[in-house]
Design a protein around this ligand. Structure first.
Ligand code: ADP
Length: 343
């Protein structure tokens, strides 16, 4: 029996045509880190609210640690939430914020102190124990809210866009911290985000949601390399996957993939290879295409080029010296990595 099981959950809000969630089923093992990713309006908050108990599902059930908690009140669910807004008590110090919940639950003073000492050391908060939230940085506030969740020792951690108020550097730092504490505690975590980058870099498994319907559940590699449909292919990965008409493909590749002729062809930017002129004839089996460079983004170790090719734009990643704007470049498709999707 899995640790958390969501069974056929649907949610209908009055007055809405479409269900906010439709037949959502998921099983999670203890210790897993799951990211739920999808665009705005895809049902992420609805799912969190059903998990926490702030909303009841229209149909379906939630089983946590062998207990059906579908109808339990939020306070009886033993879950800890970390939000985008830190939701700290403004008049309490860091130490008071972290221990408040334990006080309410009448945890013994000695244990409270031990947990406070441990968690603040782990999260680098020992210097700010007596500071009020308003005098903390965003990263510190988010660490306090994480600390408060951790000392609860909950059955489930729910995180709702916890990194989205932080700048890029802090996002990485707090993200790392969330991962290391997750592993140390062997916690089971559901992490909701609109950011595919966060989902890809943090999660054991990703659930891609669109319009309340699960599009794919899989490891970051699986959703990236073997997206189940066009939505997943386009939502996951930056730069966006290249997607174009089948008839744009070189004739030899059209021949090779003839059974896909009614679909769209797709390929990720790293599977298009820039060719130097002198190698043009080296491998006859790979048809060589020609494109004009319309944009160059240099990132240090690699560059992302945009090429004009057959009236479409192609993103191409290269580790070579980037060509000049307006240059004509030769390239090949790595046909092993071509994907095909229904239109
Ligand atoms: P996300 O968190 O991914 O942005 P939501 O779960 O907030 O998505 O919304 C999913 C759908 O449910 C949307 O169409 C939204 O308008 C609708 N919805 C969410 N909450 C309510 C509500 N309380 N009443 C009516 N419709 C809602």
């Amino acid at each position: 029996m899995s640790y958390l099981s969501l069974q056929d959950i649907s949610k209908h809000y009055p007055g809405k045509k479409k269900n906010a969630l439709q037949d959502f089923s998921l099983t999670v093992e203890k210790g897993e880190f799951i990211a739920i990713v999808g665009p705005s309006g895809s049902g992420k908050s609805t799912l969190l609210n059903i998990l926490t108990g702030f909303e009841a599902p229209t149909t379906g059930s939630v089983i946590l640690a062998d207990r059906n908690i579908t109808k339990d009140a939020p306070k009886d669910r033993d879950m800890a939430l970390v939000f985008q807004e830190y939701a700290l008590f403004p008049h309490m110090t860091v130490a008071q914020n972290i221990t408040f919940g334990m006080k309410i639950r009448k945890t013994a003073k000695k244990e409270r102190q031990e947990k406070l000492d441990w968690v603040t050391k782990e999260l680098g908060l020992t210097e700010v124990l007596d500071v009020l939230p308003k005098n903390l940085s965003g990263g510190q506030r988010q660490r306090v809210s994480l600390a408060r969740a951790i000392v609860r020792d909950p059955k489930l951690f729910l995180m709702d866009e916890p990194l989205s108020n932080l700048d890029a550097k802090l996002r990485d730092q707090v993200g790392d911290l969330i991962l290391t504490t997750h592993k140390k505690l062997q916690a089971t975590t559901l992490f909701v985000t609109h950011s595919q980058e966060e989902a890809m870099s943090l999660a054991d498994r990703i659930i891609v949601l669109n319009d309340g319907v699960i599009q794919q559940i899989g490891t970051p590699q699986a959703v990236y390399e073997k997206p189940k449909n066009r939505f997943v292919a386009e939502f996951i990965g930056r730069p966006a996957i290249n997607m174009f008409s089948f008839t744009n493909l070189p004739p030899a590749l059209q021949q090779q993939f003839l059974q896909e002729k009614d679909k769209l062809a797709a390929i990720r930017s790293e599977h298009i290879h820039i060719r130097e002129e002198k190698h043009k004839e080296s491998n006859q089996s790979d048809p060589v295409e020609t494109g004009i460079v319309t944009e160059v983004r240099y990132y240090g170790g690699n560059s992302i080029l945009q090429l004009d090719w057959q009236q479409t734009k192609l993103f191409v990643q290269t580790t070579q010296n980037p060509p000049a704007l307006g240059a004509t470049v030769l390239f090949t498709f790595d046909s092993q990595h071509l994907l095909f999707f229904d239109k």
